[in-house]
Ligand binder design. Structure first.
Ligand code: MLT
Length: 391
């Protein structure tokens, strides 16, 4: 029986999807797996028992990825599972910026007791008029699961769409409306877009990508939307650009002492993925990733180890080895198995950066002696044996 500890609320439909070989535990120290949403795990120390952390969401900047990799803890995320929820909030953000819908609603609410409200409303409505999205240019930075959906939605709304993503995958390239113009120079977005929306993870490379210089290069009256991560934007520069009216609106999902004080910023409390559908989808995807990893050693959608899929177990045992991506380790793994007199039926090894993962289908069982021998090999972080579960 594997134990799973949930930090933050994880939809029940997801924890149910773990299946009958799993139970939930309130104690992190007892857990084989952690499911998390936004809680910050950087200061948390992980027990030796912990094998995996699944983030029910896309961003993983709340998890110490490199430390986890070195401890042989596989970190998963759920790319795409909440993309539609975020896309819909981005559309709402664009509409709220284009027209003073909120000002109009507040006006009606203030006059709700006035018997003349209907007549007065007709006179007052000019104050709340705005512009349409159709015909405007939308710049989308990052064309992954969310960005590609936002770009296509922009097209459906009649917008010209510029998409920028130096790492565009074939999968998302195929999903893009053919009229989305893929550009290679982000400066084209600064120079031409009326609406700029960002959909990239927070990494060393992307931090501050909406920089002071970028903001200065944007068109006057531009609307900037940030439903990705606050650190992507130079908020001091954004506050100044809003103050002088160079940026018309900053729509952000990240409340902090800066954004809440900005002129013409609309701040939501990280609501992008807070829909029932997104929460369910993320929880189910995270549960499936955990289950396949704990029961079969397979890795799908990990952010610190490469993808490995040997399918369901068909031999009595699998051996999973986490190691540094250096020469000689794989030879030592196969020698240790053959020293134990066990045949290797199948094996695969995937590296991601400095780390690698080997998964071997064994025709028989190896014991603790083999595990101990491997743990003494320079560069091996962790060794797991997985026995085939009875149906
Ligand atoms: C994500 O990383 O998927 C989003 O920020 C949504 C969330 O976690 O609530």
């Amino acid at each position: 029986m594997y134990r799973v500890h949930c930090i933050n609320n994880i939809a029940k439909v997801g924890t149910d999807a773990l299946g009958r070989h799993f139970s939930l535990t309130d104690e992190a120290a007892q857990a084989d797996a952690i499911m998390v949403r936004s809680a910050n795990l950087h200061e948390m120390s992980f027990s030796n028992k912990l094998l995996t952390i699944a983030r029910a969401g896309a961003g993983v900047n709340n998890i110490p990825l490199e430390r986890c990799a070195e401890e042989g803890i596989v970190v998963f995320n759920t790319p795409g599972a909440n993309a539609n929820g975020v896309k819909e909030l981005v559309i709402a953000g664009m509409l709220l910026a284009a027209r003073d819908i909120r000002g109009g609603i507040e006006w009606v609410s203030r006059h709700s007791d006035d018997p003349q409200v209907g007549v007065l409303a007709e006179k007052a409505k000019n104050r709340f008029s705005g512009t349409e999205l159709a015909g405007k240019t939308l710049g989308v930075i990052g064309l992954g699961a969310i960005g590609a959906m936002v770009a296509n939605a922009g097209r459906s709304l009649g917008m010209h769409v510029l998409g920028y993503d130096p790492y565009l995958s074939v999968k998302y390239a195929w999903s893009l409306d053919r009229h989305v113009r893929h550009i290679n120079d982000i400066k084209e977005i600064w120079a031409n877009a009326d609406y700029i929306t960002i959909h990239v993870p927070a990494t060393k490379e992307t931090r501050g990508i909406i920089s002071r210089k970028a903001i200065a290069a944007m068109k006057d009256d531009v609307v900037v939307l940030n439903y990705a991560r606050d650190v992507l934007v130079d908020e001091q520069a954004m506050a100044e650009a809003l103050q002088v009216g160079h940026v018309a609106h900053y729509m952000t999902d990240f409340a902090n002492t800066y954004t809440t004080q900005m002129t013409n910023a609309t701040v939501t409390p990280h609501l992008g993925a807070s829909t029932k559908e997104a929460e369910d989808n993320c929880a189910i995807m995270a549960a499936n990733e955990i289950r396949d990893y704990l029961e079969n050693g397979n890795i799908t959608n990990s952010v610190n180890y490469g993808m490995v899929d040997l399918g369901p177990m068909s031999t009595p045992m699998r051996l999973a080895v986490f190691h540094k991506n250096i020469p000689g380790v794989i030879g030592q793994i196969t020698s240790a198995v053959s020293d134990a007199g066990v045949n290797i039926e199948n094996m695969t090894d995937k590296s991601m950066g400095d780390n690698a993962y080997s998964l071997l289908d064994l025709a028989g069982m190896v014991g603790q002696e083999t595990v101990d021998k491997l743990m003494n090999v320079e560069g091996i972080y962790r060794v797991r044996t997985i026995e085939r579960q009875r149906a």
